[in-house]
Write a protein that binds this ligand. Sequence first.
Ligand code: CTP
Ligand SMILES: C[C@](O)(CO)[C@H](O)COP(=O)(O)O
Length: 227
Amino acid sequence: MKYSVVIPAAGSGTRMKANQNKLFLDLMGKPLIAHTLKLFEEDAWCSKIILAGKPDEFQIFNEIIKKEGFCKIEALVAGGSDRQESVKKGLDSLKGDEIVLIHDGARPLVDIKLVHQLVMETEKTGAAILAVPLKDTIKKAYNKKIVETIDREALWAAQTPQGFKLSTIKAAHEKAVLSGVKGTDDASLLEALGQAVTIVHGDYRNIKVTTPEDLVVAEHFITGRET
Ligand SMILES: Nc1ccn([C@@H]2O[C@H](COP(=O)(O)OP(=O)(O)OP(=O)(O)O)[C@@H](O)[C@H]2O)c(=O)n1
Ligand SMILES: C[C@](O)(CO)[C@H](O)COP(=O)(O)O
């Protein structure tokens, strides 16, 4: 089984409150994005990587790629004003109809065995995501006034990678642009078209490094993995 992967990495890291793109922050001696890229560089199932970044950060990305000796990065494309746009620009550089995964640059800890399970599920159903069941009770509230407790039995926290047939996800992004549909993940663009997306049970360690404490957690998980 082979797949391509699009890695959106053109964000601003606002919630990280760092003075640089959070993907360049040090994690165990190398930039966070280097850990994410390494996962796919070392996966024999991965045929190519498309990286979407900010043009004014291309030099930093290229320095990291050169230093780490990465060789699967087929294209470094200019990202967009939001994640959806960055992903679309990455997809636009792909042809054919193989499986494509879309994986946040900010998720450096995904287990490659789960990636393979996702690829096989995507092969079977055409669209699938990694997700984990929620562990907290979820409230709906307005101005901090609780209006409803949501039954969490049917709720999952979506992660990445998210896997699709390339033609399916490209069409969904195109239609989203035409209709103005916005989604914080790629599966939601298929859902908006009434298309089915299946879940592969993921791993709570596959965190998205978003706020400062996430970097501490990520370091802990990497240290634990290497012992
Ligand atoms: N215009 C954007 C915004 C986000 N991303 C990428 O999408 C992934 C998930 O986004 P998030 O974790 O929200 O990153 P940021 O948008 O940088 O964070 P924040 O929302 O705190 O600014 C990240 O790898 C980020 O680099 C992107 O490629 N292009
Ligand atoms: C794609 C994602 O990681 C799935 O949980 C999430 O939607 C990204 O959200 P962000 O606000 O762009 O980090």
